[in-house]
Design a protein around this ligand. Sequence first.
Ligand SMILES: [Zn+2]
Length: 186
Amino acid sequence: MDLQEWAKENIEFVGNSNTNKSSRQGRIPEIIVDHISEGTMSSMISWFTSQDNKVSSAHFGVSKAGKIYQFVAIEDCAWANGLTSGIENATAELVLKKGKSENPNWYSVSIEHEGVWAETKGVLTPEQLKATKMLHKYIIEYVKDKYGHKIEPSRETIIGHSEIDKTQRPNCWGTVPVSGDNRLFN
Ligand SMILES: [Zn+2]
């Protein structure tokens, strides 16, 4: 399937002027970071478009029903994986290699998934899994077209938030990130 056509039909842009974003500072997307939202899809949408939110955002959100929402353009930096300290504790190799001076938001694309870790441990509904797999493919193609950089899908390039920030976000995506059992890229 043509992924551009798929995106037109399946991704709804809902970000607004309140949605937090900033410049990538010249960096290009090199990793995809998966998250669990700890709430419902409607609470995610209202929080990422709220004027009261001065702290966070993500590029995409995937609902349990498999609907995909976009809040921030891939060209922009979303506020999902920032760290003020503790990057030396990251378990993702690429993040460790880049080190303290590189904000992970500058070189990542972030996907939130509707769900509550205590209830699901990060396991997605079948509809959600299908949608996010397509979304990962779309992001990879988009980045290749836009920046000429191929994100080779692997455990190093598709990671859970906890692999960047295991201290403050130990459960974000799940105890075993979904990428860990290859579900997203086989
Ligand atoms: Zn997270």
